[in-house]
Ligand binder design. Sequence first.
Ligand code: PEP
Ligand code: MN
Length: 274
Amino acid sequence: MTDYLFDKKNKPEGTIVNVGDTVIGKDSFTVIAGPCSAESEEQVMYMARFLKSKGLEIMRASVYKPRTSPYSFQGLGEDGLKLLQQAREETGIRVETEVMDVRLVENTLRYVDMIRIGSRNMQNYDLLKEVGKTRAPVILKRGLSATIDEFLFAAEYVLNEGNPNLVLCERGIRTFEQQAYRNTLDLAAIPVLKSRTHLPVIVDPSHAAGIAYLVTPLSIAAAAIGADGLLVEVHPKPEEALSDREQALSPVQLEHLLSDLRPICKINARQINF
Ligand code: PEP
Ligand code: MN
C-alpha cells in the first residue's frame, strides 16, 4: 500500500503549524476570525483592534473573492492586501487571506502571514503545488462536494512539494438541503481526518451554516468533537457587509461565542488561543 505523507503514522505526535507566536494543532484551540472580505480601512482596522483586544491573534479577511456571480463584490485586490499589512503593523495581529491564482501567491505572501485555498480551488492542482513550494502556513478548505479521500489527496499535493505547514478546514459539504442552511457541516469528518492524518483540523462554521444563529452551536459541536480551532466570519456591522452578511457574527456575538467555547476547551484539555 502506498505510503502517503499525510498519514498519521508518519507523525503520530501531530503537526503543529506556527503562525507568528500562535500555535495551531496539538493541545491548542485556535480561533481565527474576521470579515468575509476586507472592505475599507475603517472596517479592517476596527476588526483588527477588536480581535486583538479579545486575545485573538490571527485575522481572516479575503481580498480576492470567489463569488458565484461575476456581478457580486469581487474584493479589493492588492489595495486590500495593503490594508491587511497596515493592520498587522499597527496592531501586531497576524493576517490570513485567500489566494485563487497561482500568479498571485508570491505577491500575496509579501503582505500576509497565512494563506487559504478556498473550497472552489481544493482541486486546483497547480495552485496546491505553488503553495506547496512555499513554507507559508496554509489553510486548505474541503471542496464543496469533495470526499475525504479527495480532500486528503489535495493535502498530499501541498505536502509533496515540501510545505509541512498545512491546516485542513472542514467547511460543510453540499447535500440535498438547500433552504434551512447553506451547506451541511460534516462533523464526522473531524475525527476521521484526525485519525487518518497528523494535520491540524479546523472548522469553518460560517460557510457551513450560512446563517449567523447557527454559527455558535456548530462551533461548540466542532470544539467538542475534537477540532483544533475555528475560522469564523465576523463583521463590525453584519447588515452592511459586502459579502456573506447573513452568516457574519457581530462583535458582541463573537464575544459570546468565545465565552461559550471556554468550558468545552477546558473539558478537552485544550489550551485556548484567545
Ligand atoms: C471564505 O472562507 O472566504 C470562503 C470563500 O469560503 P469557502 O471557500 O469555504 O466557500
Ligand atoms: Mn465568506
